[in-house]
Design a protein around this ligand. Structure first.
Ligand SMILES: C[S@@+](CC[C@H](N)C(=O)[O-])C[C@H]1O[C@@H](n2cnc3c(N)ncnc32)[C@H](O)[C@@H]1O
Length: 277
């Protein structure tokens, strides 16, 4: 078996840059949530098969923004589930992955083992990468997951400590406006209602498929000041930015495609860490 696993962060206190946290530990809440999502076969927890592996580069980088010829080592963040991690390893890159959820890492492990791929899997909170400080990855590849962290600027700071100067950071973010909605299916006949202010520090709790008795999943609304502006402040240069288009103007009001005509669901960014001096 070529897969290694270690664990970090499980028992540490939550450190929020904006002051002491008054809420329970977001990591415990969301670790339980992802166990529940995995149990229900939520799409983000369904491992990729041969059909996906044959289209690895296209799935990982549909816009062809990443300079793959400069990449040998990749750190995946919040990308568990047997999807991006084995795709990257199948292309011959040295892959390390940090994810909060043992169930999600289990899926990466299972696909890697089946294909005889070598991956390093670390269970932990990506807001604390101290176990990796001193390593210099060529690429940090983050799947949609910053919305599960209270402080995205803390995350960006951590990434600068594990990326080599000139290295690239590719990330998809959930559009924060989606989290301000009263209900993503909530077309009221005229529009969708924004009911949560930007910059609210309290998490938005999502009820999971198991219903109100199942654990919630906590999401945080990060203003663009932090999501995009925070990159420059951390020392990155933004190279590419796009909204992921999913609009279907002919879709029924209150559906995913219809809402996407108003609020593109995801933002994709590629940034480069500035050279020192
Ligand atoms: C929406 S999934 C993204 C990955 C999935 N392969 C996909 O493409 O949909 C979010 C992932 O972020 C992970 N996650 C949530 N909070 C995290 C944290 N604080 N640190 C690291 N990973 C986290 C979850 O366990 C989950 O695997």
């Amino acid at each position: 078996m070529h897969t290694t696993r270690s664990e970090m962060g499980r028992t540490q206190d939550v450190h929020c840059c904006r002051g002491p946290c008054l809420t329970p530990d977001y990591r415990e809440i969301n670790r339980r949530a992802w166990a529940e999502l995995a149990d229900h076969g939520y799409p983000s927890t369904r491992p990729y098969g041969p059909h996906h592996l044959s289209r690895a580069r296209e799935l990982l980088d549909p816009q062809e923004w990443i300079s793959w010829d400069t990449v040998k080592s990749v750190l995946c963040l919040g990308a568990g589930g047997g999807q991006q991690v084995p795709l990257l390893a199948s292309l011959g890159y040295r892959v390390t992955a940090v994810d909060l959820s043992p169930e999600q890492l289990e899926r990466d492990w299972a696909v890697a083992e089946k294909l005889g791929l070598e991956v390093e899997l670390i269970e932990g909170d990506m807001a604390d990468l101290s176990a990796l400080h001193g390593r210099e990855f060529d690429l940090v590849y983050q799947a949609i997951s910053a919305c599960y962290l209270p402080d995205v600027r803390q995350l960006y700071g951590e990434i600068t400590r594990v990326l080599r100067p000139g290295g690239h950071y590719r990330v998809e973010h959930a559009n924060p406006v989606s989290l301000q909605l009263s209900d993503p299916n909530g077309w009221d006949g005229n529009g969708y209602r924004l009911v949560r202010p930007q910059g609210a520090e309290q998490p938005v709790a999502w009820t999971l498929p198991g219903g109100p008795n199942s654990p919630p999943c906590w999401h945080y609304i990060h203003p663009l000041d932090d999501l995009i502006g925070g990159l420059g402040d951390a020392g990155f240069v933004l190279l590419h930015f796009a909204e992921r288009k999913a609009a279907d103007p002919s879709a029924e009001p209150g559906t995913y495609g219809h809402l996407a005509s108003y609020v593109p669901p995801f933002l994709t960014l590629v940034a480069q860490l500035g050279h020192p001096g």
